[in-house]
Write a protein that binds this ligand. Structure first.
Ligand code: FAD
Ligand code: MG
Length: 657
């Protein structure tokens, strides 16, 4: 009997596109008799990942656009969206549709690896051949790690060196011109409905989620779910997803050869909006609606022919993509632990306020946190909701909530403020808020960048903090950005726009907005708006934070140290050190809770000149490598050393205690 032709499931996940998809090409190279483009509506993401309405909408946009593009190539085909977990669904599809092959893009995220291992073993059991191809990053993160001596990539230099060993980044593959028919699509099997508990996204929903009511959706046509089915509020962001939009954006960027060839991240303004100063391609990379390899090669082509002076790695666009690969290469070998301090061999332990609760059964963070001081919790909530009383910080956090995207340096500003340069709150709290609100949320990039900003990994120049006043002034002296996102301040005089608490009452009244309270009231008597007083004296907090981090660097523990796990790290800190450091015994430690004393003056007393003193060249840190940096760093390291020497430069060797 002649071997039958392949019947293939193409499983879409991180690759919502037709162009430059090595996995899709591999599927088509099988010359299949039928090809089923499938998306499994996975309850892990529906319930267990934090996703706000803006990223949901972006996903649905990408799926709808892809489905339409598939149908354009073959009117009988579309994206078959099936509402069940892949771990239970795929084996049933193998049988129902007589599948011979399943093909998908490789995903090195921790959950994805577990899921795929499970699916691969089921496929093997069912005699279905599995083909997996990388296409999500410039290099396969596992290969990058291997070329880096088996270690996580913690610097751009390491990525470059490892990349050289791996050879040239693969050239993009054109989109297919033809897609085979799907076969019979009947679903004659039991629907395994997931449990919605716990539903991390309950807070986003106006109504219960209905998306699992029927396998092929309410009309049985495999349609992309709607926001209403998900019980979600409409998206507030203007940023929309989909390969069609992504390719148009790419064309526009590349056609501006000067912008492309001279792009230098530290010189782009975080205060620019409509339009923003950088490409805003990150959510497309996240959903795979734009291939990073296509961007890479189109930029390389511009660089090859551009005659003027060009920017270079790490600040140019190629450098930005290398940073992305760096974080994937850091995450790949560390797995779940990469996204947390506890158990993470590469993340410094700092006794932050509001530490995560840890599930003793697996050592992973639960998504809940200890409230060691009510004051820190208040600061955290005011930060999250854009009510800190620092207009620059509040404007950024509101842009994040409404639009789902903020400029890289804006992310720097709010992340530094929450952690080492203001609140001394655990970076894991900040990463969770970003996970909820970013449209480009990517576990590897979000985690890695939060570690960078909190000086717990990748970067260690904690002396350099962002002032919420001086920093935005550099690119936006008139405060247009603040006026847009904090409209209650729109009529403030330029000189008070970043420090409205300094405005005399008469000016406050004239501008129609009083500076008072803690952000609970937004409207006062006579239609007067209200904007909060600053929640603390920034300069005082910065000093406290820097001293505290310096101390923690001396103690020199990493997340995998047994003392971090069992709570005896407290023995190494004085009770009066910043953070939940009280109580020498492990017993006290594991119940880090209650209400520690407040050590700082509250915002009510904050006055005077708040924070203009800062590094002139702080924006340089965006490039990644040590470019100047803090005075201490200069003295210690001398010039020109790669940042891989930085991780642990303070005290050198790790504490073995
Ligand atoms: P561009 O400057 O135009 O860069 C081009 C592309 O390079 C981006 O689309 C992105 O894919 C990649 N890139 C650029 N900078 C970085 C970087 N530092 N790390 C990784 N990739 C980068 N980026 C995410 O994609 N997802 C996240 O969840 C995320 N969380 C972050 C959290 C914090 C605290 C910080 C400081 C940064 C975070 N970033 C994250 C990185 C960076 O801010 C965004 O990738 C970038 O701002 C996206 O805008 P853009 O597309 O205009 O970038
Ligand atoms: Mg303490």
């Amino acid at each position: 009997m002649a071997p039958s032709k392949p019947r293939v499931i193409y499983w879409f996940r991180t690759d919502l596109r037709l162009h430059d998809s090595p996995a899709l090409k591999a599927a088509l190279d099988l010359k299949p008799e039928c090809l089923y483009p499938v998306w499994c509506w996975d309850p892990h993401y529906v319930y267990r990942a934090r996703v706000g309405p803006n990223r949901w909408q972006y996903l649905l946009d990408c799926q709808s656009d892809l489905s339409a593009s598939i149908t354009k190539l073959n009117p009988k085909s579309k994206l078959f969206l099936i509402r069940e977990a892949p771990q239970t669904l795929l084996a049933k599809l193998f049988k129902a549709w007589k599948i011979t092959h399943i093909v998908f893009e490789k995903d090195t995220d921790a959950y994805a690896r577990d899921r795929d291992e499970n699916v691969v073993s089921q496929a093997k059991g069912a005699g279905v051949e599995v083909i997996i191809k990388m296409g999500r990053t410039l290099y396969d993160p596992d290969e990058l790690v291997r070329a880096n001596g088996g270690r996580p990539t913690m610097s751009i230099t390491q990525v470059q060196k490892a990349g050289e060993k791996l050879g040239e980044v693969a050239k993009p593959i054109p989109a297919p011109k033809f897609l085979p028919d799907p076969g019979d699509t009947s679903l004659d099997f039991e629907h395994t409905q997931p449990s919605p508990n716990p539903d991390f996204n309950n807070i986003q929903r106006d109504e219960d989620d209905q998306s699992y009511n029927a396998l092929a959706g309410p009309k049985g046509d495999f349609a992309v779910p709607t926001m209403a089915e998900l019980g979600l509020k409409p998206a507030s962001s203007q940023h929309r997803g989909g390969e069609t939009i992504a390719l148009k954006m790419l064309d526009e960027i590349i056609s501006n050869t000067q912008y492309t060839a001279t792009f230098s991240k530290p010189d782009t303004a975080p205060t620019a909006f409509a339009p923003q100063a950088t490409t805003l391609l990150s959510p497309h990379h996240h959903f795979g609606s734009l291939s990073v390899r296509l961007l890479y090669w189109r930029v390389m082509d511009v660089l090859a022919s551009y005659k003027g002076k060009q920017s270079t790695i790490p600040t140019n666009l190629i450098g930005q993509l290398l940073f992305r690969d760096m974080y994937f290469g850091a995450q790949a070998p560390l797995g779940y632990c990469f996204a947390q301090t506890v158990g993470n061999s590469h993340c410094r332990f700092i006794p932050w306020h509001l530490p995560s609760k840890i599930d003793p059964s697996n050592g992973l963070i639960t998504g809940d946190h200890h409230i060691d001081t009510p004051e820190a919790e208040t600061w955290f909530q005011r930060w999250k909701w854009g009510k800190t009383g620092f207009p620059w910080i509040d404007a950024l956090m509101r842009q994040l909530r409404y639009e789902g995207w903020i400029h890289h340096l804006g992310r720097h500003a709010v992340a530094c403020f929450l952690t080492r340069g203001g609140c001394y709150i655990d970076w894991e709290r900040g990463a969770e808020v970003f996970e909820e609100w970013l449209i480009d949320h990517e576990v590897a990039c979000n985690t890695g960048n939060w570690q960078w900003l909190s000086c717990t990994a990748f970067y260690s120049q904690f002396y350099r903090c962002y002032s919420p006043i001086a920093f935005p002034k550099k690119t936006d002296a008139k405060g247009e950005f603040v006026r847009h996102f904090c409209p209650e301040l729109k009529d403030y005089p330029d000189k008070y726009i970043y420090e409205p608490w300094k405005a005399p009452i008469a000016d406050q009244k004239k501008a129609g907005c009083l500076i008072k309270g803690d952000g609970d009231d937004t409207e006062g008597e006579g239609g007067m708006k209200i904007y909060p007083k600053p929640m603390f004296d920034f300069n005082a907090r910065r000093t406290i934070c820097i001293d505290a981090i310096k101390n923690a660097y001396h103690v020199n523990l990493y997340g995998d140290n047994p003392k971090v796990k069992d709570g005896t790290w407290r023995e190494l800190f004085s009770d009066s050190a910043e953070g939940p450091t009280e109580g020498k015994s492990a017993k006290d430690a594991s119940s880090a809770n209650g209400n520690g004393e407040a050590k700082v003056k509250s915002g009510e007393e904050a006055s005077g000149d708040m924070g203009v003193d800062q590094d002139e060249d702080e924006a340089a840190e965006v490039g990644g490598e040590t470019r100047g940096g803090d005075r201490q760093g200069k003295r210690k390291r001398g010039k020109g050393k790669g940042q891989e020497t930085l991780d642990g430069h303070f005290g050198g060797k790790r504490a073995k205690r």
